[in-house]
Design a protein around this ligand. Structure first.
Ligand SMILES: [Cu+2]
Length: 331
């Protein structure tokens, strides 16, 4: 009985993986919601089908040889010549399968690169360890949340200013490297509205695992409304506390690293905070964006995301309170 145990572990892993694949919330490459990911999933299924076919044929032949093999000991001649077997099974069939896959891969790659008319340009720069997002047509930038219109192609220009990152939205598009000094363009169309999780898919340093983002695919009209609103810088805060928070922001080191449109703060070392209040998370999906997490982040982001490039900042309780009120009012 004890000898069977070793199989339990691997079996549990397979069951867990199957369940994870069925979980709609998980970013699943086999649940494509965009043209790019759909084409890739198609190639995957073809490869899987061919591999499964080869497996079954080879497995079947092994079983036949085991069952019938003993008969040949008594001198009965083999019915299939050894040479024909090797030429067909070992040379022709593999060549045919690999040739088919090569053609399908090259054709798919070309389809993925097709530029459609009216595509929306977005520029995403990978940073240690967050994503700078710019909409050149509208002239604004944001971070870690990429809004795209459903049914319209987006052409995402991918760059990096430090190390190599890789941009991956499993349900919408395949991985594309972000390499310093090179611009790669990724084109995809979201087919259905939804929130899709994205990941950095290239190990890039200590906080690689906390370098995530979301793509919010919204109906075209909603996107246009959002874009028009975000093209306007936020006004002067009316609220007394928020106004004090703005003074704190401009007085402290914050303005040396961050940008808030419509204010003198114009640095790009850290994420643009112009629409911070509208963001769902802080620290590239590390913690939810609410007052408590934001305060904790400002005081000591190193405790939240160790090794990230924002230093701890000492503020009085009143200043911190005002600052958080100001930042949460930005949307
Ligand atoms: Cu990265």
């Amino acid at each position: 009985m004890t000898r069977r145990r070793p199989i339990v572990g691997p079996l549990l892993v397979v069951v867990a993986m199957t369940m994870a694949a069925c979980d709609k919330r998980a970013p699943n490459t086999l649940d494509p919601q965009g043209d790019h990911a759909r084409h890739i999933a198609g190639v995957w299924w073809l490869m899987f089908g061919l591999a499964a076919g080869v497996y079954l044929v080879v497995g079947g032949l092994i079983i036949i040889s085991v069952v019938r093999g003993r008969g040949t000991e008594h001198g009965r001649p083999s019915r299939v010549g050894d040479n024909a077997f090797i030429w067909i099974g070992g040379v022709l069939v593999p060549i045919a399968i690999l040739a088919l896959l090569a053609v399908v891969t090259v054709t798919t790659t070309r389809v993925l690169d097709t530029h459609r008319k009216g595509a929306l340009a977005i520029e995403v720069t990978g940073k240690r360890w967050w994503w700078d997002v710019r909409y050149p047509t509208f002239g604004f930038r944001t971070a870690n949340e990429i809004r795209v219109p459903v049914g319209r192609q987006v052409a995402v220009t991918l760059e990096s200013t430090d190390v190599i990152h890789s941009f991956w939205i499993p349900q919408l598009a395949g991985k594309t490297d972000q390499i310093p000094g090179q611009r790669n363009v990724l084109r995809f169309t979201a087919e259905r509205a939804g929130t899709y999780r994205g990941e950095c898919a290239e190990y890039c340093g200590v906080e690689h695992a906390k370098m995530n983002f979301v793509v919010l695919a919204v109906p075209s009209a909603d996107f246009d409304r959002w874009a028009a609103r975000h093209a306007q810088p936020p006004g002067v805060p009316e609220d007394e506390l928020a106004a004090r928070g703005q003074r704190v922001f401009l007085r402290e080191a914050c303005a040396g690293c961050h940008r808030i449109a419509g204010t003198p703060a114009d640095a790009t070392i850290g994420p643009d905070l112009t629409d911070l209040g509208a963001r769902r998370s802080i620290g590239a999906l590390t913690v939810p964006n609410d007052r408590d997490h934001l305060s904790a982040w400002i005081v000591d982001s190193q405790a939240v995301k160790p090794g990230n490039l924002m230093p701890p900042i000492t503020l009085s309780k009143a200043d911190l309170d005002a600052l958080v009120t100001y930042l949460e009012s930005l949307r």
